[in-house]
Design a binder for this molecule. Sequence first.
Ligand SMILES: [Zn+2]
Length: 95
Amino acid sequence: MEEIVCKKCGVVNEYKTEYRGKHLTAFCTACGTYIKHIPHVEPAMFFSKKYPDMKISECEDLQYLQWVHEKIKLSNRYKEAVERRIDELEGYKYI
Ligand SMILES: [Zn+2]
């Protein structure tokens, strides 16, 4: 795994990530400086018996995602990805 280094204070792999539009962006946790966009490698839905090889962002099954969101305890990263996908799918519905 690539090391993420803060150019300002030099800490290594001490960063938090936030989504900025479509990008996942790394910020230094020590000094708060923007570090860089990091490649957004989204893992498949390992927690899903129904779609274990599918990525959250590729899932078209809104009801299933809503069920996942309600019933499965996920880490924040996955939870946020599921929430974003639900918003997207609900968005399409109302267009
Ligand atoms: Zn820093």
